[in-house]
Design a protein around this ligand. Structure first.
Ligand code: MF3
Ligand code: CO
Ligand code: CO
Length: 293
Protein backbone atom coordinates (compact mmCIF):
# COMPACT_ATOMS: atom_id res chain seq x y z
CA UNK A 1 0.00 0.00 0.00
CA UNK A 2 1.24 3.45 -0.85
CA UNK A 3 1.59 5.89 2.02
CA UNK A 4 -0.23 9.20 1.75
CA UNK A 5 2.17 11.76 0.28
CA UNK A 6 3.99 13.94 2.88
CA UNK A 7 4.24 16.67 0.25
CA UNK A 8 2.38 19.89 0.97
CA UNK A 9 -0.43 20.34 -1.56
CA UNK A 10 -1.04 23.72 -3.30
CA UNK A 11 -4.39 23.98 -1.51
CA UNK A 12 -3.09 22.85 1.93
CA UNK A 13 -2.63 25.42 4.72
CA UNK A 14 0.77 27.09 4.41
CA UNK A 15 3.33 25.57 6.85
CA UNK A 16 4.49 29.09 7.83
CA UNK A 17 1.33 29.40 9.93
CA UNK A 18 -0.20 32.35 8.05
CA UNK A 19 -3.55 30.59 7.64
CA UNK A 20 -3.42 31.18 3.88
CA UNK A 21 -3.33 28.41 1.31
CA UNK A 22 0.17 27.29 0.41
CA UNK A 23 -0.24 28.43 -3.20
CA UNK A 24 -1.26 31.94 -2.04
CA UNK A 25 1.64 32.20 0.43
CA UNK A 26 5.11 30.60 0.62
CA UNK A 27 4.99 28.19 -2.33
CA UNK A 28 7.64 29.96 -4.44
CA UNK A 29 9.78 31.21 -1.57
CA UNK A 30 13.08 29.81 -0.32
CA UNK A 31 12.64 28.15 3.09
CA UNK A 32 13.51 30.38 6.07
CA UNK A 33 17.11 29.83 7.20
CA UNK A 34 17.25 27.37 10.12
CA UNK A 35 18.48 28.88 13.38
CA UNK A 36 21.24 26.70 14.76
CA UNK A 37 21.61 25.63 18.39
CA UNK A 38 24.38 28.14 19.05
CA UNK A 39 22.19 31.05 17.94
CA UNK A 40 19.15 29.66 19.76
CA UNK A 41 20.99 29.29 23.11
CA UNK A 42 22.42 32.79 22.82
CA UNK A 43 19.03 34.31 21.98
CA UNK A 44 16.89 32.40 24.48
CA UNK A 45 19.25 32.02 27.43
CA UNK A 46 22.32 34.26 26.79
CA UNK A 47 24.37 31.02 26.91
CA UNK A 48 27.52 30.92 24.78
CA UNK A 49 28.15 27.38 23.54
CA UNK A 50 31.84 26.54 23.20
CA UNK A 51 33.56 25.31 20.02
CA UNK A 52 36.41 22.81 19.82
CA UNK A 53 39.14 25.45 20.02
CA UNK A 54 37.45 27.12 23.02
CA UNK A 55 37.16 23.78 24.79
CA UNK A 56 40.87 23.10 24.21
CA UNK A 57 41.65 26.50 25.74
CA UNK A 58 39.45 25.94 28.80
CA UNK A 59 40.90 22.43 29.23
CA UNK A 60 44.42 23.92 29.32
CA UNK A 61 43.35 26.52 31.87
CA UNK A 62 41.76 23.65 33.83
CA UNK A 63 45.03 21.70 33.86
CA UNK A 64 46.78 24.71 35.38
CA UNK A 65 43.99 25.14 37.96
CA UNK A 66 44.36 21.50 39.05
CA UNK A 67 48.15 21.74 39.23
CA UNK A 68 47.79 24.89 41.36
CA UNK A 69 45.26 23.23 43.68
CA UNK A 70 47.62 20.25 44.15
CA UNK A 71 50.46 22.61 44.97
CA UNK A 72 48.33 24.49 47.52
CA UNK A 73 47.25 21.18 49.07
CA UNK A 74 50.89 20.20 49.55
CA UNK A 75 51.62 23.09 51.94
CA UNK A 76 48.51 22.78 54.13
CA UNK A 77 49.47 22.20 57.79
CA UNK A 78 48.44 23.54 61.20
CA UNK A 79 50.00 26.96 61.81
CA UNK A 80 50.15 28.04 58.16
CA UNK A 81 48.70 31.49 57.50
CA UNK A 82 46.28 31.77 54.59
CA UNK A 83 48.39 34.54 53.03
CA UNK A 84 50.96 31.81 52.23
CA UNK A 85 48.32 29.98 50.16
CA UNK A 86 47.56 33.22 48.31
CA UNK A 87 51.24 33.82 47.56
CA UNK A 88 51.72 30.27 46.27
CA UNK A 89 48.62 30.39 44.04
CA UNK A 90 49.45 33.87 42.75
CA UNK A 91 53.10 33.11 41.94
CA UNK A 92 52.39 29.72 40.33
CA UNK A 93 49.66 31.25 38.14
CA UNK A 94 51.89 34.11 36.97
CA UNK A 95 54.85 31.77 36.34
CA UNK A 96 52.59 29.85 33.97
CA UNK A 97 51.70 32.99 32.01
CA UNK A 98 48.19 32.99 33.42
CA UNK A 99 46.16 35.48 35.49
CA UNK A 100 44.48 34.72 38.85
CA UNK A 101 40.84 35.61 38.06
CA UNK A 102 39.79 36.56 41.62
CA UNK A 103 42.36 39.38 41.93
CA UNK A 104 40.46 42.70 41.62
CA UNK A 105 37.34 40.85 40.43
CA UNK A 106 34.53 43.16 41.59
CA UNK A 107 36.98 44.48 44.15
CA UNK A 108 38.12 41.12 45.57
CA UNK A 109 41.57 41.90 47.02
CA UNK A 110 43.40 38.55 46.64
CA UNK A 111 44.24 35.86 44.05
CA UNK A 112 42.38 32.91 45.60
CA UNK A 113 39.48 32.26 47.96
CA UNK A 114 40.35 30.41 51.19
CA UNK A 115 37.35 29.47 53.32
CA UNK A 116 37.79 27.88 56.75
CA UNK A 117 35.20 25.92 58.79
CA UNK A 118 31.94 27.96 59.02
CA UNK A 119 33.01 30.13 56.07
CA UNK A 120 30.82 29.07 53.13
CA UNK A 121 32.84 30.78 50.37
CA UNK A 122 34.80 33.90 49.32
CA UNK A 123 37.13 33.84 52.35
CA UNK A 124 39.89 36.44 51.92
CA UNK A 125 43.43 35.18 52.60
CA UNK A 126 45.39 37.12 55.22
CA UNK A 127 47.07 36.63 58.58
CA UNK A 128 44.61 34.06 59.96
CA UNK A 129 46.18 30.65 60.63
CA UNK A 130 45.05 27.10 59.93
CA UNK A 131 44.56 24.97 63.05
CA UNK A 132 44.53 21.22 63.62
CA UNK A 133 41.04 19.85 62.89
CA UNK A 134 39.99 22.71 60.58
CA UNK A 135 38.50 22.18 57.15
CA UNK A 136 39.63 24.60 54.44
CA UNK A 137 38.28 25.17 50.95
CA UNK A 138 40.69 26.50 48.35
CA UNK A 139 38.98 27.89 45.22
CA UNK A 140 41.24 28.56 42.23
CA UNK A 141 40.24 30.26 38.98
CA UNK A 142 42.87 30.87 36.27
CA UNK A 143 42.72 32.80 33.01
CA UNK A 144 45.02 31.24 30.41
CA UNK A 145 45.08 32.60 26.84
CA UNK A 146 41.82 34.38 27.69
CA UNK A 147 40.05 31.21 28.84
CA UNK A 148 38.71 30.71 32.40
CA UNK A 149 38.57 27.48 34.41
CA UNK A 150 37.30 27.28 38.00
CA UNK A 151 37.67 24.50 40.59
CA UNK A 152 37.87 24.00 44.34
CA UNK A 153 38.32 21.33 46.99
CA UNK A 154 37.93 21.21 50.75
CA UNK A 155 40.91 19.82 52.68
CA UNK A 156 41.49 18.62 56.25
CA UNK A 157 44.09 20.38 58.35
CA UNK A 158 45.76 17.79 60.60
CA UNK A 159 43.28 15.25 61.96
CA UNK A 160 39.56 15.85 61.33
CA UNK A 161 36.84 15.27 63.93
CA UNK A 162 33.62 13.42 63.08
CA UNK A 163 31.70 16.57 62.06
CA UNK A 164 34.48 17.65 59.69
CA UNK A 165 34.60 14.16 58.16
CA UNK A 166 30.84 14.11 57.70
CA UNK A 167 30.44 17.50 56.00
CA UNK A 168 33.42 17.01 53.68
CA UNK A 169 32.20 13.56 52.61
CA UNK A 170 28.66 14.84 51.95
CA UNK A 171 29.91 17.89 49.99
CA UNK A 172 32.27 15.73 47.88
CA UNK A 173 29.48 13.25 47.09
CA UNK A 174 27.04 16.13 46.36
CA UNK A 175 29.26 17.27 43.49
CA UNK A 176 29.44 13.67 42.20
CA UNK A 177 25.64 13.33 42.33
CA UNK A 178 25.32 16.51 40.26
CA UNK A 179 27.94 15.45 37.71
CA UNK A 180 26.23 12.05 37.31
CA UNK A 181 23.12 13.63 35.72
CA UNK A 182 24.96 15.95 33.30
CA UNK A 183 24.05 14.77 29.80
CA UNK A 184 22.14 16.13 26.81
CA UNK A 185 18.39 15.95 27.34
CA UNK A 186 18.59 16.45 31.10
CA UNK A 187 18.06 19.97 32.45
CA UNK A 188 19.74 22.40 34.83
CA UNK A 189 16.94 21.59 37.31
CA UNK A 190 17.90 17.89 37.26
CA UNK A 191 21.36 18.81 38.58
CA UNK A 192 19.98 20.80 41.52
CA UNK A 193 17.41 18.13 42.25
CA UNK A 194 20.02 15.35 42.41
CA UNK A 195 22.25 17.37 44.76
CA UNK A 196 19.45 18.53 47.05
CA UNK A 197 17.93 15.04 47.34
CA UNK A 198 21.26 13.57 48.32
CA UNK A 199 22.51 16.32 50.68
CA UNK A 200 19.22 16.78 52.54
CA UNK A 201 18.88 12.99 52.72
CA UNK A 202 22.13 13.05 54.68
CA UNK A 203 20.66 15.60 57.12
CA UNK A 204 22.67 18.50 55.68
CA UNK A 205 21.46 21.72 53.98
CA UNK A 206 22.17 23.28 50.59
CA UNK A 207 23.22 26.95 50.30
CA UNK A 208 20.75 28.92 48.11
CA UNK A 209 22.48 32.29 47.80
CA UNK A 210 25.42 31.11 45.65
CA UNK A 211 25.14 28.97 42.53
CA UNK A 212 27.28 27.34 39.86
CA UNK A 213 27.67 29.23 36.59
CA UNK A 214 28.62 29.16 32.95
CA UNK A 215 32.36 29.73 32.56
CA UNK A 216 35.06 29.89 29.89
CA UNK A 217 34.97 33.25 28.12
CA UNK A 218 34.27 35.06 31.39
CA UNK A 219 34.37 34.26 35.12
CA UNK A 220 30.61 34.11 35.52
CA UNK A 221 28.39 33.48 32.49
CA UNK A 222 24.86 32.18 31.97
CA UNK A 223 23.34 29.84 32.97
CA UNK A 224 23.14 29.86 36.75
CA UNK A 225 23.33 26.34 38.19
CA UNK A 226 21.41 26.17 41.50
CA UNK A 227 22.34 23.23 43.75
CA UNK A 228 18.66 22.72 44.56
CA UNK A 229 15.68 22.43 42.25
CA UNK A 230 13.04 20.39 40.52
CA UNK A 231 13.40 17.57 38.00
CA UNK A 232 12.92 18.66 34.41
CA UNK A 233 12.95 22.41 35.14
CA UNK A 234 15.32 24.95 33.64
CA UNK A 235 17.46 24.99 30.53
CA UNK A 236 17.92 21.67 28.65
CA UNK A 237 21.59 20.65 28.55
CA UNK A 238 23.19 20.51 25.09
CA UNK A 239 26.72 19.65 23.88
CA UNK A 240 29.11 22.59 24.07
CA UNK A 241 27.73 24.01 27.33
CA UNK A 242 30.50 24.64 29.89
CA UNK A 243 29.57 25.40 33.49
CA UNK A 244 30.58 24.78 37.06
CA UNK A 245 28.83 22.68 39.67
CA UNK A 246 29.98 23.83 43.11
CA UNK A 247 27.60 22.81 45.89
CA UNK A 248 28.11 24.51 49.27
CA UNK A 249 26.75 22.15 51.92
CA UNK A 250 26.14 23.06 55.57
CA UNK A 251 26.01 20.80 58.60
CA UNK A 252 23.29 23.03 60.09
CA UNK A 253 20.86 25.46 58.45
CA UNK A 254 21.07 27.15 55.08
CA UNK A 255 21.01 30.75 56.42
CA UNK A 256 24.13 32.86 55.93
CA UNK A 257 25.51 36.31 56.57
CA UNK A 258 28.23 38.35 54.89
CA UNK A 259 31.00 39.79 57.07
CA UNK A 260 31.88 43.52 57.11
CA UNK A 261 34.63 42.86 54.51
CA UNK A 262 31.68 42.54 52.06
CA UNK A 263 32.92 39.13 50.80
CA UNK A 264 33.23 36.44 53.47
CA UNK A 265 30.02 34.38 53.64
CA UNK A 266 29.53 32.44 56.89
CA UNK A 267 26.78 30.16 58.20
CA UNK A 268 24.42 32.06 60.50
CA UNK A 269 24.37 29.18 62.99
CA UNK A 270 28.16 28.79 62.95
CA UNK A 271 27.94 25.23 61.60
CA UNK A 272 30.61 23.77 59.32
CA UNK A 273 30.29 24.29 55.55
CA UNK A 274 32.17 22.46 52.79
CA UNK A 275 32.37 22.80 49.01
CA UNK A 276 33.76 21.04 45.94
CA UNK A 277 33.74 22.55 42.43
CA UNK A 278 34.59 21.44 38.91
CA UNK A 279 34.28 22.98 35.44
CA UNK A 280 32.24 20.63 33.23
CA UNK A 281 31.64 20.30 29.50
CA UNK A 282 28.42 18.75 28.19
CA UNK A 283 29.38 16.22 25.47
CA UNK A 284 27.22 14.18 23.08
CA UNK A 285 27.29 11.19 25.43
CA UNK A 286 27.36 12.88 28.85
CA UNK A 287 30.02 15.13 30.29
CA UNK A 288 33.75 15.69 30.56
CA UNK A 289 35.41 17.49 33.46
CA UNK A 290 37.80 20.19 32.29
CA UNK A 291 39.20 20.28 35.87
CA UNK A 292 39.17 16.52 36.57
CA UNK A 293 39.78 15.03 40.01
N1 MF3 B 1 35.61 31.04 42.40
C1 MF3 B 1 34.32 31.51 42.86
C2 MF3 B 1 33.30 30.72 42.09
O1 MF3 B 1 33.38 29.54 42.14
C3 MF3 B 1 34.13 32.98 42.66
C4 MF3 B 1 35.02 33.80 43.48
S1 MF3 B 1 34.71 35.45 43.17
C5 MF3 B 1 35.98 36.18 44.00
O2 MF3 B 1 32.47 31.20 41.39
F1 MF3 B 1 35.96 37.41 43.65
F2 MF3 B 1 35.80 36.01 45.28
F3 MF3 B 1 37.11 35.62 43.63
CO1 CO C 1 32.66 28.92 40.30
CO1 CO D 1 35.35 28.76 42.14
Amino acid sequence: MKLKSQKIGRNDPCPCGSGLKYKRCCIGKAPAPQENLEQEYKRKYQIQLKKTRDIEGIRKAGQLVMETLDLAASIIRPGLDTEAINTLVHDHTIQNHAIPAPLNYRGFPKSVCVSINEVICHGIPGNNRLADGDIVNIDVTSILDGYYADASKTFFVGSPGPEAQKIVQVARQSLKEGIAVVKPGNTVGDIGYAIQQYAEGQGCSVVRDFVGHGVGFEFHEQPQIPHFGKKGQGVPLVPGMVFTIEPMINLGGTALRILSDKWTAVTKDGSLSAQFEQTLLVTHSGCESLTPY
